[in-house]
Design a protein around this ligand. Sequence first.
Ligand SMILES: Nc1ncnc2c1ncn2[C@@H]1O[C@H](COP(=O)(O)OP(=O)(O)OP(=O)(O)O)[C@@H](O)[C@H]1O
Length: 203
Amino acid sequence: MQPFLRQQIKFAIVIATYHPSNPNALWEKYKDEMVDDILHRVWTTNFNFDIESNDEMRNDALVLIEDMCVLMCGSLLSTLGMPAPNRSRHTAFNLELQREKNYDLDEQAERVQKNVPLLNAEQKNVYDSLMKVVDDGTGGIYFLDAPGGTGKTFVISLILATIRSRSQIALAVTSSGIAATLLEGGRTAHSALKLPMNLLMVD
Ligand SMILES: Nc1ncnc2c1ncn2[C@@H]1O[C@H](COP(=O)(O)OP(=O)(O)OP(=O)(O)O)[C@@H](O)[C@H]1O
């Protein structure tokens, strides 16, 4: 059993098999304990122990409890006298989202202020063009190519910082793990987008 599910499983057993007289009151009493493990995972993933439990996490706990109740007694929480989870809001421990919302905005803004004036003409052209696409919301696919060491990563990092400094989300995905280490918040596309691995393919 995964240790982080223990509290929710115990709660589900009580609700699904003992049929307490007031399940809703029980949930109100223990709902904060139900998210302890979720909160702990969010803390350790984000290296930020200031994050507090929130409705999103409580909703995630309810979804887990309901899934287990359905397995145990075939009933949804609403029929067992409990609040129904909002499935459309279920984030499945949305650590990715927490992580992307967790950048220090001042730090990002400071980096932008310090580094934009350093861009050379070509870098500035790339930076301005891509930021315009972001600002206009037009989107698109852009390929940035230049000889090694000429500042591609520098520009890309600055674009990421600019977007993040505005509380917007910029995912940095790369094709290799080594490349991912060069960008703040960088992940491989396989990890970030849960791309399937073709283990039979030989490069
Ligand atoms: N405009 C700039 N002002 C100051 N330093 C810069 C600037 N552009 C790039 N650099 C620095 O130059 C070095 C090389 O830049 P960077 O790593 O971005 O190049 P790259 O094109 O991504 O290289 P590679 O293709 O080898 O990965 C880095 O130390 C980077 O911080």
